[in-house]
Design a binder for this molecule. Structure first.
Ligand code: FPP
Length: 277
């Protein structure tokens, strides 16, 4: 599919921005999968004396800018925590507003996502969302199903514990039916039963608004993700901060529990005994 310049945001990409992206691509690896806990919409609005929904509305602009810049940079998967299982406990007016915003954003962006070769996928209990929302999601998923530049994964009515619980239920079922030998259960098998089975674990998790917690996000999948936390509220989070997050990621030494290269000299039993005695 021929790619037209991305135009999810209204402006044309500046030469300066192109240069920053080229530099980022040269300075290290761009994460394949970025997952974002978009936080601080409510506080952003309240700080301005507005009701919380204004913050969610402004947050949609950040979603567009970050989606666009991730695709331009060559990120393959972008997962956005748009609505958690716990968010159902918010006032119904806020939930309704959020669902309407989601439907509106999906309607507005469907064509542009498609023209730019971005595939929409979801994780979470989609069946709990209002029917209109489900229909709109289905429509955009269908429209974009063959796209391959980047997958935009919306986590909706999602929680990490829900994901793991569902996987455990399915594993137990398959064991009970005799389709799965319990001895075969390992890391990879568990991953394959999660809602994210078709996508790799996130390389980088970004959280906005300065909270140092994971909030029931991709609990299993984040085992080796790098974390980047910024004080910025989500509606103010734009590509420049995304670039900061990626620069920080590029400086990390991802060891996956191993030792740094060059620090793996083997020790004789005598040396070990001398050190620990
Ligand atoms: C967290 O801020 C944000 C959310 C729960 C919703 C995020 C939704 C959007 C940005 C809009 C729609 C999304 C898409 C994908 C089009 P908060 O309300 O928890 O803020 P607070 O911590 O300041 O209260």
């Amino acid at each position: 599919m021929a790619l037209e310049p991305l135009n999810l945001t209204d402006g044309k990409q500046s030469d300066e921005d192109k240069k920053i992206q080229e530099d980022l691509q040269k300075s290290g690896s761009v994460p394949d999968h970025i997952a974002i806990i978009m936080d601080g919409n409510g506080r952003w609005a309240q700080k301005k004396g507005n009701i919380r929904l204004h913050g969610h509305k402004a947050g949609v602009e950040s979603v567009r800018d970050v989606t666009e810049s991730c695709a331009q940079l060559g990120v393959k998967y972008l997962t956005l925590y748009a609505f958690s299982t716990e968010n159902w406990n918010r006032p119904s007016s806020e939930i309704n507003g959020l669902m309407k915003l989601l439907v509106q954003a999906l309607r507005n962006e469907a064509d542009r996502l498609n023209r730019n070769d971005i595939k929409l996928i979801t994780i979470g209990q989609i069946e709990r969302l209002p029917a209109k929302c489900q229909r709109q999601l289905q429509e955009v998923k269908e429209l974009t199903k063959d796209n391959s530049r980047m997958q935009l994964c919306l986590a909706l009515s999602y929680s990490g514990r829900w994901d793991i619980t569902e996987a455990v239920k399915h594993i137990a079922h398959d064991v009970q039916m005799g389709d799965l030998n319990p001895e075969k259960i390992d890391d990879q098998l568990i991953s394959s039963y999660l809602s994210t089975a078709a996508i790799p674990d996130p390389d980088l998790i970004i959280r906005t608004s300065g909270e140092y917690r994971i909030s029931n996000f991709l609990l299993w999948q984040l085992a080796y993700s790098e974390l980047y936390i910024t004080e910025t509220y989500w509606p103010d989070f734009r590509r420049d901060e995304l670039y900061d997050g990626i620069r920080s990621f590029q400086k990390r030494d991802r060891r996956y529990g191993k030792v740094r290269n060059g620090h793996n000299k083997s020790l004789s039993a005598t040396v070990i005994n001398q050190i620990i005695s």
